[in-house]
Design a protein around this ligand. Structure first.
Ligand code: ATP
Ligand code: MG
Length: 613
């Protein structure tokens, strides 16, 4: 017995918690709308309130009309035509107001404007946040998931929430007004009707909460479904799946998850269906009883027929408004989930703290780069760099080699300060990287990552995006020639103005190697003092690669070149080679020196060279 009571209290507590969460979400979203456009927000909710009051006014006018007609019947009044014309026209006027203000202005006009503006504001805020979000968040599956979900749902879920809120607001206003109209006929009437609608509210809240928690418990599966949705239409995946014929297996998995989530959601709905008959029965019963109670007064003439009609219509109004308002709870629950995603994303804290008085590098010559006893682990992961120390002098060309997963790309990421080191320090011209102004530091860097972007823009834009502030046609061509891209660009119908990719009309698709050459041209274009290329030539044929690197070396005589590569034919020409092995630098020096050392490098080199013989 005590346990049962305890359980009930816990359930109630849970419901209260969820309602609190919804209120918090509503407050944040309303605040956003308010900041966006105060006028439109007020008008939107104000016209919704008018929409609630108009039917009430119509009922009151109707009551007056009936009362008057009743009086006229017994007293043979001469003003009958005037009064009837007057009340009928005011009745039509009220309906007209409803049509104009609620259905016309609120529903057709404001609803569209408010929604459209809100969607723009929401997406703008989202992209603004994304563009400043630490790179680490994009590499973390959890936040990546949050980003995808928010992106896919914010545009309609958030405006939906505010629309539901306006319906809810209208119901509440309508309810309160009916409450007040009924009060003079007996204070107990609205209270009885309210009490009778409580079971409906309770059931809605309870089953809403159950569905809500299902969402929580089914979330990993829902996430998987989301992933499948993405995977099954992703071009590279489609190709692979087609040949390996794994489509059926994957689709079956997809279907299993769909079914699982469907059943999970259906169960509480089934139970709800059984109990949902109770609230309307109670409500109808209460209305009939109240109406019955007034009948004697109507017959005896104490209560006018008009008042009686008003009571009946207000009772209907009261219970239907309450029913409607509680039905909205489910919608609130659901949309609030997406609302939370959105605001969770917006409130992700910055991981990389920028120094309050950042140091600005002034010289245009490449700075000296030094890793001093650097260790690093990705959030929640094991150490991937262990006590790494090296120096890259101004204008030096350095190559990193090592097995897959050795930590080469991680070193590059630290150099770009996508992450902060776990131990040790990175010094740029003897200044800790944490003290540098990042936007200033990035002006010194040109980077090409293993995974790079295929911009579905023109060739010209693909190149100039490397240094968007620079406008130099000759430099565009020069970058294209040096990266080996010029050759295929000249053969494109519109050359440098050729649209690329299949996203838009007239776009030409390039081969992987051609895209890569273009990406090198992009990194090249700004002639950054420090150029970092992380496996820039994996899709480029050996001959072209040789050419590109000859050009690169010429170009980068007095600039720093950092190269990560698995191709020793390229690596061997670097002035300094750093061999990374399981997160440590195990050998360093020129090709000659490392060959003489006859260690790991020499072994790897020989294995690859043998392959070419
Ligand atoms: N975002 C990440 N989160 C967690 N661990 C990561 C992340 N990126 C890389 N790692 C781990 O860090 C280690 C080093 O990875 P890194 O990408 O630096 O290797 P790499 O030397 O560039 O390899 P490759 O030659 O394959 O490009 C690997 O064990 C990898 O699993
Ligand atoms: Mg790598």
């Amino acid at each position: 017995m005590i346990l049962k009571g305890y359980n009930q209290i816990m359930k109630l507590k849970k419901i209260v918690m969820v309602i609190k969460r919804i209120l918090r979400g509503a407050k944040k979203l309303l605040n956003l709308a308010w900041q966006m456009d105060k006028k439109i927000t007020i008008l939107y909710y104000f016209s919704a309130a008018i929409g609630a009051l108009v039917p009430l006014a119509a009922s009151i006018i109707f009551k007056l009309l009936i009362d008057y007609l009743q009086a006229a019947q017994s007293a043979n009044l001469v003003t009958v035509p005037i009064i009837i014309t007057f009340s009928l026209s005011s009745w039509y006027l009220v309906t007209l107001i409803e049509n104009l203000v609620y259905f016309g202005y609120n529903q057709d006009y404001l609803d569209f404007l408010f929604r459209y503006k809100l969607q723009n504001e929401i997406t703008l805020k989202f992209h603004n946040k994304i563009s400043n979000l630490d790179i680490a968040y994009f590499e973390n599956p959890k936040t990546q998931d949050l980003i995808t979900k928010t992106r896919d749902t914010m545009q309609w879920r958030l405006p939906d929430f505010l629309r539901t809120l306006s319906y809810f607001f209208r119901d509440v206003i309508g309810y309160l007004a009916a409450f007040l109209v009924l009060l003079p006929f007996g204070w107990w009437i609205p209270i009885v009707v309210t009490l009778v609608t409580l079971p409906r509210l309770y059931l809605k809240a309870k089953y809403g909460a159950i569905q809500w928690s299902i969402w929580g418990s089914g979330a990993p599966q829902a996430r998987k479904l989301w992933y499948f949705n993405h995977l099954l239409q992703e071009p590279t995946a489609v190709r692979e799946i087609r040949i390996s014929q794994s489509g059926k297996v994957l689709l079956n998995k997809f279907k299993d998850i769909q079914n699982y989530l469907f059943e999970l959601n259906k169960k509480p709905l089934d139970t709800y269906l059984k109990v949902s008959i109770i609230p309307p029965l109670l409500e109808v019963l209460a209305i009939i009883l109240i109406a019955y109670k007034f009948l004697p007064s109507v017959i005896s003439g104490v209560l006018t027929i008009g008042s009686f009609t008003l009571i009946i219509s207000m009772l209907g109004q009261l219970s239907s408004r309450a029913a409607n308002a509680s039905a909205r709870i489910g919608e609130f629950y659901e949309n609030n989930l997406y609302l939370n995603h959105y605001f969770d994303l917006l409130s992700l804290p910055a991981l990389i703290k920028i120094s309050k008085k950042p140091v600005i590098l002034k010289k245009s010559t490449p700075p000296k780069i030094e890793f001093r006893n650097v260790s690093f682990r990705y959030p929640g992961g094991p150490k991937v760099l262990k006590d790494v120390s090296f120096t890259i002098n101004s204008g030096e060309s350095v190559a990193f080699v090592g097995h897959n997963g050795a930590g080469k790309t991680t070193i590059v990421k630290l150099l770009c300060r996508f992450y902060d080191v776990t131990e040790g320090e990175i010094l740029i011209n003897n200044v800790n990287i944490k003290k540098l102004s990042l936007s200033n530091w990035y002006k010194y860097l040109g980077t090409l990552f293993q995974q790079f972007v295929h911009y579905h823009f023109t060739v010209r834009e693909n190149i100039t995006l490397g240094a968007p502030n620079k406008k130099d046609d000759r430099a565009i061509k020069e970058a294209a020639v040096k990266s080996g891209a010029a050759e295929f660009i000249e053969k494109l119908p519109k050359k440098y103005d050729q649209m690329l990719g299949r996203q838009f009309e007239e776009g030409e698709e390039l081969s992987d190697g051609q895209w890569q050459k273009l990406a090198i041209a992009r990194a090249f274009y700004g002639k950054p003092p420090v150029l970092i290329l992380d496996e820039p030539t994996s899709s480029i044929d050996a001959e072209a690669e040789y050419e590109i690197f000859n050009n690169l070396r010429k170009q980068y005589q007095n600039k720093t070149l950092v190269l990560v590569s698995h191709r020793f034919s390229t690596v061997r020409n670097a002035s300094k080679i750093l061999v990374v092995d399981h997160g440590q630098i195990i050998e360093r020096g020129s090709h000659k020196k490392l060959m003489k050392l006859d260690g790991k490098y020499a072994k790897m080199f020989t294995v690859q060279a043998k392959g070419y013989k």
